[in-house]
Design a protein around this ligand. Structure first.
Ligand SMILES: CC1=N[C@H](C(=O)O)[C@@H](O)CN1
Length: 283
């Protein structure tokens, strides 16, 4: 089942006719309310292949497709997309614009201060978009510092911190709305490099004759190579919903169903994971 782009507008406008969670809700019974409504609102960031509206106007991506299956099993039949910028996903969730972040968001200690996460549904390395032939020889974050490259990444992306840890000055980073704007910036020479997930960069350069994606690599976090895990985020009070989601997710990991859903979006077996949200949040 797909929700149309029109549906996305409808999702925002539906607040007047459908009972949706409000700021006064304490969150503990959100699952019951979603079941009664029959719909859950998913925050997405227009990022292929994580969560996006396709050319037919249908909601898809690894996270929305997974959400459709899990929420159906939890008794919520429909999903509605609420598109926003990546950097607005956590504020949008916490201000009740939608019920769940369904954008493949990396789980890290800073974000775990603001929201709670289901266990990751995948693990991932980073990669760069560079001009064809990689003229500046940029292969990881230390290269962008050493070669004084103009560095771009997306609003709210974890990649901002990775560049800063490598010694890049935060105020020098070109922050763009998304990976398409990043590709445009590299093609036009406004940036030498755009950083994102290895899958995102690989997908977006398919549209380009001027740019390519580098080999995936592990960013350094506290000096050590780090593998990210991405998953669904919930408001901090909604442990009941998150726990119920985790139970279904674990069953899908055990049965291999999760990989069957993610594989068409370009994920490999090596990108399936046993990491937990607890360990990614810092224990
Ligand atoms: C799926 C995704 N993950 C990274 C993050 O969580 O910050 C960013 O690269 C934005 N997109």
């Amino acid at each position: 089942m797909g929700a149309s782009a029109l549906g996305a507008v409808g999702a925002l406008g539906a607040a007047g006719c459908t009972r949706v969670a409000t700021a006064s809700d304490n969150g503990g019974d959100l699952l019951d309310r979603l079941k009664a409504q029959g719909v859950v609102r998913l925050g997405i960031a227009g990022e292929i292949p994580f969560g996006y509206i396709d050319k037919n106007g249908e909601l898809t991506g690894e996270a929305p497709e997974l959400a459709k299956t899990v929420f159906k099993r939890l008794g919520v039949d429909r999903v509605q997309p609420v598109p926003t910028e990546f950097g607005s996903l956590i504020p949008g969730l916490n201000s009740q614009q939608f019920d769940v972040v369904s954008a493949g968001m990396y789980i890290n200690p800073e974000r775990c201060q603001q929201v709670i996460f289901a266990d990751p549904d995948y693990q991932m390395l980073d990669a760069f978009i560079v001009r064809k032939g990689n003229p500046k020889g940029l292969h990881d974050y230390k290269d962008i510092v050493a070669k004084k490259a103009k560095f771009a990444t997306g609003t709210g992306y974890a990649e901002i911190e990775y560049a800063v840890e490598a010694g890049y000055k935060e105020s020098d980073i070109l922050i763009v709305p998304d990976q398409v704007a990043g590709l445009n910036a590299v093609e036009a020479g406004r940036a030498d490099v755009f950083a994102g997930t290895a899958l995102t960069t690989r997908e977006v350069v398919k549209k380009s004759r001027k740019a390519e994606s580098t080999k995936p690599f592990a960013p350094l976090v506290k000096g050590k190579p780090h593998v990210d895990g991405g998953g669904f985020a919930f408001r901090s009070a909604e442990t009941k919903l998150r726990d119920a989601f985790n139970v279904e997710l674990q069953k899908m990991k055990d049965s291999g169903e999760l990989f069957r859903i993610l594989r068409p979006f370009g994920f490999t077996k090596a990108e399936m994971t046993d990491m937990t949200a607890k360990e990614l949040c810092g224990g």
